[in-house]
Write a protein that binds this ligand. Structure first.
Ligand SMILES: Nc1ncnc2c1ncn2[C@@H]1O[C@H](COP(=O)(O)OP(=O)(O)OP(=O)(O)O)[C@@H](O)[C@H]1O
Length: 343
């Protein structure tokens, strides 16, 4: 399948994912008056328009805008599916996080997080704002020193031997701080040689990545002039150029349009199919359910559920499970002033 065909396929609504719920029965058993069926949206009682009938009276005008109520949309029930099975329990563990802790003053942002991510896994981390996702990923990738706990990447202690761990890791951080006065091709080149690749390999891979991410026409422009989505793409390309064993991506789909998101998903899918491992954070529950085989729900710096996607969802959608674990929806109580409109 071509990249664009694959992107289109990924974008197509997954109609077989949706199961129609049975139509709701009428709640009354009383005899109903016989009426002509009215199509939803059809005008009721409107006189047949005549060629020379331009002036309509008030009654007729009202009749013209009296529209049959639209039938309520049938509730759709989603079948819970997984994109792919989680790696088997004997697959090697590419990332092992044990008892990770990070405090900012009195605030314990990460409070003893432990996770196992196995080779070939597409692992999603979800959690409410401020749950500690970015803080955790920053400690995994060597950007933030933990106050406690350990991180092993491919068997390497990431804080005892950060250089070796970084060679095995590609990172897309949350707040992108790129050398954006470089052009896209200069940034890719810089990322490649920084990771020890020779010039020829860097050029070849840069061309492949630019084509895969649809950035060919932007390579000679300054990254500072890129849109948010393009910046995300070039940063992801830079994270992948040294073909790391583990990709750690903080909100990779933020600001990325749906077509590009499908394209990125295809690229990451191929990477995982080839034995790579992805750990990503996202607020997109549907996306996580579509692409990930495993997930962790983090709330208040703690892991409340983790493992194969089906175990984490526990028979619900990931969103429902997330909302349940995160403490449910909060009504906008005490916000009555919001309805006292200013004009
Ligand atoms: N550098 C910092 N200094 C002080 N507090 C911080 C710092 N970084 C994060 N925090 C705090 O740590 C907690 C976790 O933040 P973090 O950014 O990890 O959350 P998150 O789950 O990634 O949230 P979001 O989904 O909103 O991105 C928050 O209370 C945040 O205010």
């Amino acid at each position: 399948m071509t990249a664009s065909a694959a992107a289109s396929a990924a974008l197509a609504p997954e109609t077989d994912d949706l199961v129609e719920a049975p139509a709701r029965e009428s709640s009354t058993t009383e005899a109903q008056p016989q009426v002509e069926p009215i199509e939803p949206g059809e005008a009721v009682g409107a006189p047949e328009p005549q060629p020379d009938d331009r002036a309509v009276g008030a009654e007729q005008a009202v009749a013209v805008i009296a529209v049959a109520p639209r039938a309520p949309k049938p509730r759709k029930k989603r079948t819970l599916r997984v994109a792919r099975p989680a790696p088997s329990a004997d697959a090697p563990r590419v990332l092992v996080i044990e008892g990770l802790v990070k405090r900012f003053g009195d605030n314990t942002a990460v409070d003893g997080i432990s996770l196992d991510v196995r080779a070939g896994s597409f692992y999603g981390i979800v959690g409410p704002n401020g749950a500690g996702k970015t803080t955790t990923l920053s400690m995994v990738t060597g950007l933030l020193r933990p106050d406690g706990g350990t991180v092993h990447v491919n068997g390497i202690d990431a804080w005892a031997d950060p250089r070796a761990a970084k060679r095995a890791t590609g990172v897309l951080p949350d707040r992108l701080r790129l050398f954006d006065r470089l052009t896209g091709s200069e940034l890719l080149y810089y990322s490649g040689v920084l990771r020890g690749l020779d010039q020829r390999t860097v050029r070849e891979r840069s061309a492949d990545l630019a084509a895969a991410f649809g950035l060919e026409d932007a390579l000679d422009r300054l990254v500072a002039d890129y849109s948010a989505g393009m910046t995300k793409k070039v940063a992801l390309a830079c994270a992948m150029i040294h073909s790391p064993r583990l990709l750690v991506l903080d909100e990779p789909f933020e600001s990325v349009d749906p077509v590009s998101a499908a394209n990125l998903t295809d690229i990451l899918d191929q990477y995982v199919a080839g034995g790579g491992t992805v750990l990503l954070s996202s607020h997109g529950m549907d996306l996580i359910e579509r692409v990930c085989d495993s997930a962790a729900i983090i709330v208040g710096g703690r892991v409340l559920a983790s493992g194969a996607l089906d175990e984490v969802r526990a028979g619900q959608t990931l969103e429902d499970r997330f909302v349940e674990l995160a403490g449910g929806r909060k009504a906008a109580e005490g916000m009555e002033w919001l309805h006292s409109f200013s004009d």
